[in-house]
Design a protein around this ligand. Structure first.
Ligand code: 5AD
Ligand code: SF4
Length: 457
């Protein structure tokens, strides 16, 4: 109010670049909501931004280098803005900030401060302080609990929304940085999650994805006891307006019987599950400290499919973990054939300093890793194409989420999370409609919708 000058009431530009996981997508949305009351509104280009936040991911190598090159790219924008008498605050957030905030502050002088994932609620205060003392690092001095308490109410952005229910990980897979960057497992209380979900439903959200690094390890407080994920999903399913529920990412050891049974009992729970296995070799799984075998994973999948026969699966795989031999890799391919995935992510092992696997000998050569990745991806892409092709000729319920890329088209998701586009009016956004699938590619389905008296159904 006491500000002078013509820009006193003008909105300030906010540009957030998000890397990595869904947790980061969620955190970016929350940062946007948090900064809105301070006058920050999203802009399309960093050159229009008073504040740029790089929300980083540290899961595989080159993450820090990516931050430096991105900051380098921002330097030109910042200088241009400064020449025009307007500054740009650059913030590095996310897991790279948590793990390497001090190094980034020392090396990248354009960065105003680094803020780890547990401290986002302090962004307004840090931004205000930046004007006075530049160069501050803030890493996890705060607990996840305090973070959630301090965040403002959710603002919906579309008909699908993530709701974070669990953060952190106590599993300590030997290749993974998450237990170090995101900290110990923490579950939000049931009522807090329900309040957020209800608020989103009230703003037109139809699909909620409950997210957490280890979401099915959820143990949220509920009236003095602890509720597991199945109970939470059951409660979310009763919220008026919510048509679809998903959850990610799960650990095979935490797939309890109630959760498996719910897949057969709760129609709002979508028949698609991301369940990382990482490897099909028990030797490698042991060295990874996954605490499950390939047979256990297949057993969980069989139980899930007994409960919900059309359940489609997705997974994460790592090839070239230290000590992985050809025979181990063959077992991974055998598991892929045995399970059949609708889609999957596969990565070359990336050595992360500070993790137990980083000091293992017998690192697999780059050539072997490349060859294994190629073979695995060939198999997985073949399965993905076949899964999509199998929908052709069928009629699927599609939640329409947004306008399509082409005029007159809309875009939505099938129950199996496939992207579906078809000709239809924008008024369908938010509705679940019956779409006949006419064609498929590796990554999407094209369909036809008939606008009369439910004829397509
Ligand atoms: N190297 C390669 N992939 C990794 N992931 C996690 N850590 C590493 C690593 N060091 C993969 C796992 C995990 C996904 C999110 O990222 O497959 O499930
Ligand atoms: Fe990382 Fe393993 Fe935890 Fe997943 S379960 S976040 S791979 S340590």
């Amino acid at each position: 109010m006491t500000q002078s000058g013509k820009e006193a009431s003008a909105a300030k530009g906010l540009y957030i670049e998000t890397y990595g996981c869904q947790m980061n997508v969620y955190d970016s949305e929350r940062m946007r909501d948090l900064l809105a009351p301070l006058g920050y509104a999203p802009v399309q280009s960093p050159s229009d931004a008073d504040l740029v936040i790089l929300n980083t991911c540290h899961i595989r190598e080159k993450a820090t280098e990516k931050v430096y090159s991105e900051v380098g790219r921002l330097r030109a924008h910042k200088q241009q803005r400064q020449a025009a008498g307007r500054d740009m605050t650059i913030v590095v957030a996310g897991c790279v900030a948590q793990a390497q905030g001090e190094e980034i502050m020392a090396r990248a002088t354009e960065v105003d401060f680094a803020v780890g994932p547990q401290s986002y609620h302090r962004l307004p205060e840090l931004i205000a302080r930046t004007a006075r003392e530049r160069g501050e690092t803030l890493v996890a001095e705060f607990t996840a609990e305090e973070k959630f308490d301090a965040l403002p109410a959710r603002v919906a952005d579309g008909v699908c929304a993530f709701v974070s229910v669990q953060e952190g990980c106590d599993k300590f897979c030997t290749f993974c940085v998450v237990p170090y960057t995101r900290g110990a497992e923490y579950s939000r209380p049931v009522e807090e999650v329900l309040a957020e979900a209800r608020a989103l439903a009230g703003q037109g959200v139809r699909e909620i994805t409950l997210i957490g690094q280890n979401v099915n390890a959820y143990h949220g407080a509920a009236n003095g006891r602890s509720a597991r994920l199945a109970e939470l999903i059951d409660r979310v399913a009763r919220i008026e307006g919510i048509a679809r529920i998903r959850y990610t990412t799960s650990h095979p050891l935490e797939m309890d019987d109630e959760l498996i049974a719910l897949h057969g009992a709760e129609p709002k729970l979508m028949p698609f599950l991301h369940l990382p296995v990482q490897s099909g070799s028990d030797r490698v799984l042991k060295a990874m400290n996954r605490k499950h075998t390939a047979a256990h994973y297949i057993d969980v999948v069989q139980k899930l499919r007994a409960a919900r026969p059309d359940l489609a699966l997705s997974s994460d795989f790592i090839v070239g973990f230290p000590g992985e031999r050809d025979a181990d890799f063959e077992e991974t391919l055998a598991l892929v054939r045995a399970v059949g995935f609708a889609q999957a992510y596969s990565f070359k092992y990336s050595r992360r300093p500070g993790t137990p696997a980083a000091s293992l000998g017998a690192q697999v050569s780059a050539a072997q890793m490349n060859e294994r990745l190629r073979m695995l991806q060939d198999a997985l892409i073949g399965q993905q194409r076949a899964f999509n092709a199998a929908q052709v000729g069928q009629t699927l319920p599609v939640l329409v989420a947004q306008r399509g890329r082409k005029p007159g088209q809309v875009h939505g998701r099938s129950p199996y999370l496939q992207a579906v586009h078809f000709e239809g009016p924008e008024s369908l956004i938010g509705a679940v409609v019956a779409v006949r699938i006419a064609a498929s590619t590796q990554n999407s389905l094209a369909g036809e919708w008939t606008p009369v008296r439910g004829a397509a159904a």
